[in-house]
Design a protein. Structure first.
Length: 131
C-alpha cells in the first residue's frame, strides 16, 4: 500500500531535520543517512568525503560486524562504530528504531570533539522517526 502524501512529507522532513542537525556538529565534513541493506544514500550533505562511496563501503562494514557478532554469539546491537584515520573520525550509528538504516558522520579530527559528536548523533538518532 503506498504511503499517503502527508506521511511521506513527515518522513522526508524528519530525515532532513536529522541531517541538518548532523551538519551542525563541530568539525563535520559530511553526513549521511544510509540504508545499509542496499548501501544507498537516503540523504546526505557535505563535501569533505565521497558520501556515495562511503555509504556503500560502510554498509559492508555494518553487515560484516553484525555477521561476526552473530557468529560469536554476541547478543545485543551495535551502538556505534568509530573509525579513526590520520586526520578524520568516522562515526557509524545504526538506527535502533529504523531497521536497516544508519547515520554516518565524517569529522575533521583536528577540530571535532568526539565526545560531543557521539552525544549529538545519539540524540539525533533517537529523534529520527520510524520510517
Amino acid at each position: 500500500m503506498p504511503l499517503n502524501f502527508d506521511l511521506k512529507e513527515v518522513i522526508i522532513n524528519n530525515i532532513q531535520e536529522t541531517l541538518s542537525g548532523m551538519m551542525e556538529i563541530q568539525g563535520v565534513l559530511g553526513a549521511a543517512i544510509v540504508d545499509y541493506t542496499s548501501g544507498m544514500l537516503l540523504a546526505y550533505e557535505g563535501t569533505g568525503v565521497d558520501l556515495e562511496l562511503a555509504a556503500a563501503g560502510n554498509s559492508e562494514v555494518v553487515k560484516a560486524k553484525m555477521k561476526t557478532m552473530q557468529t560469536l554469539g554476541i547478543d545485543g546491537s551495535i551502538e556505534d562504530i568509530l573509525i579513526t584515520l590520520a586526520d578524520q573520525l568516522h562515526i557509524i550509528r545504526p538506527s535502533s528504531s529504523n531497521e536497516g538504516l544508519f547515520l554516518y558522520l565524517a569529522l575533521n579530527k583536528n577540530t571535532a570533539n568526539l565526545a560531543l559528536a557521539r552525544r549529538k548523533i545519539l540524540d539525533l538518532e533517537s529523534n529520527l522517526q520510524r520510517v
